[in-house]
Write a protein that binds this ligand. Structure first.
Ligand code: OAD
Length: 253
């Protein structure tokens, strides 16, 4: 049964999307913060996104972090270290099911929230790292999420026994992406027959170059997002809607 806020035109688009997924044998999906908003995690660039509260030029900037790590940890305390209260949503489960069925070969994500894995996805390339792990910037000592959670709420800036600052393994602007993840992402993007982006503004590189690589290697490109992206013109078609409505509706086809 159609959901209330899905128009007939949208239903046609979702039907077309379902057909494309059905025809694909090597599907790859690139996700962004928009897949986790229904879990209660804000995205970055929407009106009520993280960057409406925190300065985008400071919060994830590695040079700024070295000068004033407290700014990042104030943000982290308020918005990041509460993931134990957050659950995967139907979009994460939908992708995990597609992988189980053998159709989806990988999720490439810019998200650091581990929700794809918690929903059951197994092949997940985390381009921007993960909140799961943290390391001391001086001695390299490893800290896992729970310890880090405790430290973040106890200290203004978590500090290792050696005196070094402990930083979660999130990729900040100015840092390199995890080599294994980005290489695997490039590789699989060049081999897919259908590349779908979901809930990303496609403005951050190199993640935003992956749809282009997929297209150049013969894949079809579908962009699913609540609003327009700079890459819409390169897409074979776009679906502009709420992800939860799409996932709900697609199960009807
Ligand atoms: P953005 O906030 O830039 O984009 C998220 C997109 O998802 C927006 O265009 C929203 O309109 C859309 N969106 C949000 N909720 C949605 C929903 N329920 N259904 C459909 N669309 C929805 O987030 P990303 O593209 O992920 O980097 O941002 C990329 C990177 O920029 C992030 O990984 C982060 C940030 O700086 C780092 O932290 C290094």
């Amino acid at each position: 049964m159609p959901v209330d806020n899905v128009s007939d035109r949208m239903i046609e688009q979702i039907k077309r999307l379902a057909e494309k997924i059905d025809e694909s044998t090597r599907l790859v999906v690139l996700t962004g913060a928009g897949v986790s908003t229904d879990s209660g995690i804000p995205d970055f660039r929407s009106q009520s996104g993280t960057y409406s509260r925190w300065d985008s030029s400071r919060v994830f900037d590695i040079d700024y972090f070295h000068r004033d790590p407290e700014y990042f940890f104030n943000y982290a305390r308020e918005e990041l270290y509460n993931f134990d209260a957050i659950e995967p949503n139907p979009v994460h489960y939908f992708l995990a099911e597609l992988e189980k069925s053998g159709k989806l070969k990988a999720v490439i994500t810019q998200n650091i929230d581990m929700l794809h894995q918690r929903a059951g996805s197994r092949t997940v390339y985390e381009l921007h790292g993960s909140i799961q792990d943290a390391h001391c910037l001086k001695c390299g000592k490893y800290y896992e999420y729970n310890t880090m959670h405790e430290l973040v709420f106890r200290e203004a800036v978590p500090v290792c026994a050696c005196g070094g600052i402990i930083k979660p393994d999130i990729v900040f602007f100015g840092e390199s992406l995890p080599e294994m993840a980005i290489n695997a992402a490039y590789n699989i993007s060049s081999q897919t027959d259908l590349f779908i982006t979901m809930g990303t503004s496609l403005v951050v590189y190199p993640a935003a170059s992956l749809p282009v690589i997929a297209k150049e290697n013969g894949a079809q490109l579908i962009i699913i997002n609540r609003e327009a992206t700079p890459m819409d013109r390169a897409a074979d078609f776009i679906v502009q809607a709420e992800l939860r409505d799409i996932v709900h509706q697609i199960s009807q086809f």
